[in-house]
Design a protein around this ligand. Structure first.
Ligand SMILES: [Zn+2]
Length: 326
């Protein structure tokens, strides 16, 4: 991966984008794709769209959601402690003692998640989400209210890091990496000549309601939608595949197979990968994919959709073998 691409990936990963607060990351995504996009727009739902060859005979859409799971401020008590609600399927297991960034209207406020201390008769290791509060250092509600309002979003304070030189660990790799791949793909395609129009879309709200994907699909009405997301790899201690085929970190992109995705289009991706010497892994999606693909395919008179994912272990992606083989 060249330096500008790597810098862009790190920019995305360093930009908080909890579902519903994607404006900042979308601005950066549109800025990066501007030099090679023939057409750009943002829609009312918050999607960012960059298109190459808009007059192309065949319309292809690449979609990766830019939002991440996080928290929503629900209460500030008289002493200035903040309580939050979950935004998407976030786990509170790592919260204890973890720093958290609250995206206030004027600035980002950093606080720390805590519970009533065990040695003072409070919560032990088995704490529940309702035991948690955030201390941002303010003395009372009035001080907090100058910077934070009910409904502000928050994310764990966590920067991306390279592990062992070739893996990347960080918050929200699901799915800023997908938005990244959509952008990088049109950047590379722009250097080639081909008859298709390709719209890269950084979608919003996937983690909470998939509304962004719905409106992107409905507006673009592509002949083929390729949805890029992350999925589980199973090569870690004690993992349970739950009947899924083996997926390894670094084993190649993961193609969804099952009713929600188009078999013929999936076969085309498989054959192309074989020609390029890229190993494909599979995940079974017998009902839903759990990605933007599930909404895009329901738009218009039905969109031919496929879903390709990066394997991820906990919060780690193998960088060189995956992201560089876009
Ligand atoms: Zn995702």
């Amino acid at each position: 991966m060249d330096k500008s691409s790597m810098d862009f990936l790190l920019t995305l990963l360093n930009t908080p984008s909890p579902s519903g607060s994607e404006e900042d990351i979308q601005r950066k995504w549109l800025n990066y794709t501007k030099p090679f996009a023939d057409e750009q727009r943002a829609d009312g739902a918050g999607n960012a769209i960059s298109i190459i060859n808009p007059e192309g005979t065949l319309k292809i859409m690449l979609a990766g959601h830019c939002d991440e799971i996080g928290f929503l401020v629900k209460d500030i008590d008289a002493e200035g402690y903040i309580r939050v609600e979950k935004l998407g399927g976030i786990s509170h297991k790592p919260a204890l003692g973890m720093k958290v960034d609250i995206l206030g209207e004027k600035e980002v406020v950093t606080g720390v998640f805590g519970v009533n201390a065990e040695h003072q008769g409070g919560t032990g290791d088995g704490f529940s989400f309702s035991d948690l509060f955030i201390d941002c250092g303010a003395s009372n509600r009035e001080e907090v209210a100058k910077l934070i309002s009910i409904g502000d979003t928050a994310v764990y304070h966590r920067s991306p890091e390279l592990l062992f030189g070739n893996k990347i660990s960080g918050r929200g790799l699901d799915n800023r990496t997908g938005a990244f791949i959509a952008a990088e793909t049109i950047k590379r395609l722009k250097q080639k000549t081909f008859p298709a129009s390709v719209a890269a879309v950084s979608t919003v709200n996937e983690e909470t309601n998939m509304g962004g994907a719905y409106y992107a699909g409905a507006a673009i009405q592509p002949d083929l939608a390729i949805v890029i997301d992350v999925t589980f790899a199973y090569d870690y201690p004690g993992s349970n595949r739950g009947g899924q085929p083996e997926v390894k970190l670094g084993g190649g992109p993961v193609l969804a197979v099952g009713p929600p995705v188009n078999k013929k289009a999936g076969l085309g991706i498989k054959e192309t990968a074989e020609k390029q010497g890229i190993n494909i892994q599979y995940e079974l999606t017998p009902r839903q994919t759990g990605t933007d693909a599930d909404k895009i395919r329901y738009t218009g008179s039905g969109i031919t959709t496929v879903n390709v994912s990066l394997p991820s272990v906990i919060c780690t992606l193998l960088l060189k073998q995956q992201a560089s083989r876009i």
